[in-house]
Ligand binder design. Structure first.
Ligand code: NAI
Length: 335
């Protein structure tokens, strides 16, 4: 089946890592037409807008996008392009599977957990104002509607992926109303999934437990801010931002992107690691029913990493972005 997928090239290292991933996907046999668009800083320069309407229309039409990292221009008046995209398309879930990668040295082995982060509200609502000079107020918005729908997603995900437990992470002992509502919403949803165990941890304790023994966790369900922080912590458990994929999901739209940013310090040098975006593309392939190609790419990546000859600089090698992609593509080529 031919797929039409919106492609956001991204800023900084974005064009390099997206080109690498496109190469691997096409050479692995994905039948695809790319609907390429600019966003972020590149789009601001060309179209005067960081999130142009034709891009949003393209994603709404195609339902699927592969996205390179975007630079949020520095200066007042620019809210985060990534937060803007999630809001504009109501991508209410940020999904990050975090697993140990064989052949990549990290602090732990056997980590296999999934972060489900609410993506639209909490302190990211961006409602801040100065009450009087020297005093600012930032509003933390938690609603039962958003908490319930992300909780439903987490329990459905657990059921579909054979996972036994969902752990809600919160600070309801202090923020009794806001985090209390999140926790209550999760518990109401959990009651409808008797086959999945539901428990909860206070966010500070959860961080300590993650660092002590991350293998004790299965699915973690968090409001936006804790989800943002804890998911980077979890990336650090398995080798860092370069090896962790992510998906932003709405009711019928999926935007798949790496967790890392546009890395301006190494942009244009052909040294960035495309692995995180490639693993995000693997999530995308499974989402669109191309599991066979996804499996082939995962296996090819595993072989290249375990052979150890072709690795990018951040993984201890000296291969370029394109050489790393080429090595994976050669092994993932469709029979
Ligand atoms: P960053 O993730 O771009 O870079 C942090 C460090 O990691 C840098 O030393 C960079 O060279 C390295 N790094 C990142 N990705 C890499 C890769 N694939 N291979 C090898 N090394 C890599 O974070 P930073 O510098 O805080 O942000 C730069 C820009 O990216 C900012 O404008 C920020 O707003 C944006 N950003 C965008 C995101 C997105 O589009 N989802 C997420 C995070 C940041």
């Amino acid at each position: 089946m031919k797929h039409t997928i919106t492609l956001i090239l991204g800023d900084g290292i974005g064009p390099e890592v997206t080109a690498a991933v496109v190469t691997v996907l096409e050479r692995s046999g994905l039948d695809v037409e790319w609907d390429a668009h600019l966003a972020g800083a590149a789009s601001l320069e060309r179209h005067g807008d960081t999130l142009p309407v034709p891009l949003l229309d393209s994603i709404k039409r195609n339902k699927i996008a592969l996205k390179g990292p975007l630079t949020t221009p520095v200066g007042s008046g620019f809210t985060s392009v990534n937060v803007g995209l999630r809001k504009a398309l109501d991508l209410f879930v940020n999904l990050r599977p975090v697993s140990s990668v064989p052949s990549i040295t990290s602090r732990y082995e056997g980590v296999d957990l999934v972060i489900v982060r609410e993506n639209t509200e909490d302190l990211y609502a961006g409602l801040e104002h100065e009450v009087v000079p020297g005093v600012v107020e930032s509003l933390k918005i938690i609603t039962s509607v958003a908490s319930t729908r992300v909780a439903r997603f987490a329990f459905d995900y657990a059921r579909e992926h054979g996972r036994a437990r969902v752990t809600a992470v919160h600070k309801a002992n202090i923020m009794k109303l806001s985090d209390g509502l999140f926790l209550e919403s999760v518990r109401n949803v959990a009651a409808k999934y008797p086959d999945i165990t539901c428990d909860d941890r206070i966010v500070d304790a959860a961080c300590m437990h993650l660092v002590m023994d991350p293998t004790q966790f299965d699915v973690l369900l968090l409001p936006n801010l804790y989800g943002d922080i804890v998911s980077d912590l979890c990336a650090g458990l398995v080798g860092g931002l370069g090896v962790v994929p992510a998906a932003n999901l709405g009711t019928d739209i999926g935007v798949f992107e790496a967790v890392h940013g546009s890395a301006p310090d190494i942009a244009g040098q052909n040294v960035a690691n495309p692995m995180a975006l490639l693993l995000s593309a693997v999530l995308m392939l499974r989402h669109i029913g191309e599991g066979t190609i996804a499996d082939r790419i995962v296996s090819a990546l595993g072989q290249v990493l375990s052979e150890g000859r072709v690795r990018t600089r951040d993984l201890g090698g000296s291969a370029t972005t394109s050489a790393f992609a080429d090595a994976i593509a050669r092994k993932a080529v469709a029979a």
